[in-house]
Design a binder for this molecule. Structure first.
Ligand SMILES: Nc1nc2c(ncn2[C@@H]2O[C@H](COP(=O)(O)OP(=O)(O)O)[C@@H](O)[C@H]2O)c(=O)[nH]1
Ligand SMILES: Nc1ncnc2c1ncn2[C@@H]1O[C@H](COP(=O)(O)OP(=O)(O)O)[C@@H](O)[C@H]1O
Length: 219
């Protein structure tokens, strides 16, 4: 699915799809924003959703907010790379921007649930790196959902009761990060991305690079 771009060291490599999932409130939006701000060559995939906009959210930036009919039309037209129903709403990844970013040599960051992660892995296993974020405790999770102050008490109760089910998918992920402290969790997620960018299999320019080095040594 991906074609090559150049890594920071100039060696061509395939772009990767970096997935963060977690139960609601564990911190994936916070960590995603930090990654986008601080890591170059990484583009956020903006999902389409039928869920109502929260205060402070920006249409087209946090999500593209659409009605049910529009979402269904996107599914029908095969415009979504993956999609799923979460908390009674539909969420999906528009295919076009992801493919454009990958072919321009950028990595793409996804904040999607376990159902979407499974679908991406099914399509392009080698190019997907998945990280599951866990909260330090149930009490912290609840506190964070309240501190975000963007959902009603009823929605928060729903999200808490779904958390255990969502967490049951942790073992399907490549990496697990426990979000005690934001700075520490960010450093861990950043290290994962940095290391994955250096993986030999993705660095399709290495053969040529090493050959050129050998030629220099021989000449
Ligand atoms: N499969 C899939 N899941 C998504 C997508 N966009 C968001 N999600 C997931 O939907 C769930 C609910 O997201 P949201 O309503 O923003 O609440 P949050 O979990 O508090 O950020 C989260 O688990 C997201 O990761 C998408 O495009 N596809
Ligand atoms: N390590 C942390 N310690 C304390 N609060 C945090 C931490 N990480 C995130 N938060 C806060 O918890 C709330 C939920 O985080 P958010 O990133 O929106 O979670 P998610 O996207 O997984 O639903 C936000 O108010 C955020 O500022």
């Amino acid at each position: 699915m991906t074609s090559g771009g150049h890594g920071t060291d100039g060696v061509e490599r395939r772009g990767l799809m970096f997935v963060l999932s977690s139960p609601s409130g564990a911190g994936k939006t916070t960590l995603s924003r930090l990654l986008i701000d601080r890591m170059s060559g990484l583009k956020m995939s903006v999902s389409a959703t039928t869920r109502p906009m929260r205060p402070g959210e920006v249409n087209g930036k946090d999500y593209t907010f659409v009605d049910k009919a529009t979402f269904e039309a996107m599914v029908k037209a095969d415009e979504l790379l993956e999609w799923a129903t979460v908390f009674d709403n539909s969420y999906g990844t528009p295919r076009g921007p992801v493919e454009a970013a990958l072919s321009a040599g950028q990595d793409v960051l996804f904040d999607i649930d376990w159902q979407g992660t499974q679908q991406l892995k099914h399509k392009a296993r080698e190019d997907v790196v998945s990280v599951f974020i866990l909260p330090p405790s149930a009490g912290d999770l609840e506190k964070r959902l309240h501190s975000r102050a963007q959902d009603s008490d009823e929605v928060i109760r729903k999200r808490m009761s779904r958390a255990s089910h969502e967490m049951s998918h942790w073992a399907e992920y490549d990496y697990i990060v426990i979000n005690h402290d934001v700075d520490e969790a960010f450093a861990e997620v950043q290290s994962i991305l940095k290391a994955e960018r250096l993986k030999r299999e993705r660095r399709i320019g290495l053969v040529g690079f090493v050959r050129a080095l050998q030629a220099q040594l021989q000449g």
